[in-house]
Write a protein of this length. Structure first.
Length: 166
């Protein structure tokens, strides 16, 4: 069971690395849009990409730090006792509940942002509206996808923890 704990937190480290990688791609797009476009809509889009670059790198760094600490903790212990198994079950249940709440929010954000971006096509300030709504829809969709993948891993891990606890 200890090896499964290590694998889970190693996966979280990989997810954190993906956030940082996504942030770097957003920075690249922001810089390209900022310096090689003349349209105001693309300028706003570059500002949105830059803000989400900061968000992705920050979230990736925090997730990397916390997952790395837990990974190192489980890497340095020899056995998973009943007390630690119970704590891990509680922590995993908390994470799954949090993912459930956030999933609903991200679905709403993707839907509303996509609708706003579409409606923005027909307004006079389409550059501002679309440049603001597209990055929000994009990052919400990325968060939703990563959250679903993490939730699937957490549910399988929780089943294994509950089996080993009985």
């Amino acid at each position: 069971m200890l090896e499964k704990c290590r694998i889970l937190y190693k996966g979280d480290i990989i997810a954190a690395s993906f956030y940082v990688f996504t942030g770097m791609i957003l920075l690249l797009f922001a810089v390209i849009l900022q310096y090689f476009t003349i349209s105001m809509g693309y300028k706003y889009l570059s500002y949105g990409f830059f803000m989400f670059f900061i968000y992705c790198v920050g979230k990736g760094a925090v997730l990397f730090y916390s997952s790395r600490q837990r990974y190192e903790f489980y890497k340095n212990i020899a056995e998973l006792d009943q007390q630690r198994t119970h704590e891990e079950i509680q922590y995993t249940t908390y994470r799954i509940d949090k993912k459930n709440k956030n999933r609903r929010r991200y679905v709403y954000l993707v839907t509303i942002s996509a609708i706003v971006a579409f409606i923005g096509i027909f307004t006079k300030q389409k550059g501002l509206v679309m440049g603001s709504a597209i990055p929000i829809a994009l990052i919400s969709a990325i968060e939703l996808a990563i959250g679903l993948l993490t939730e699937f891993r957490l549910r399988a891990y929780l089943r294994q923890l509950n089996k080993s606890n009985t």
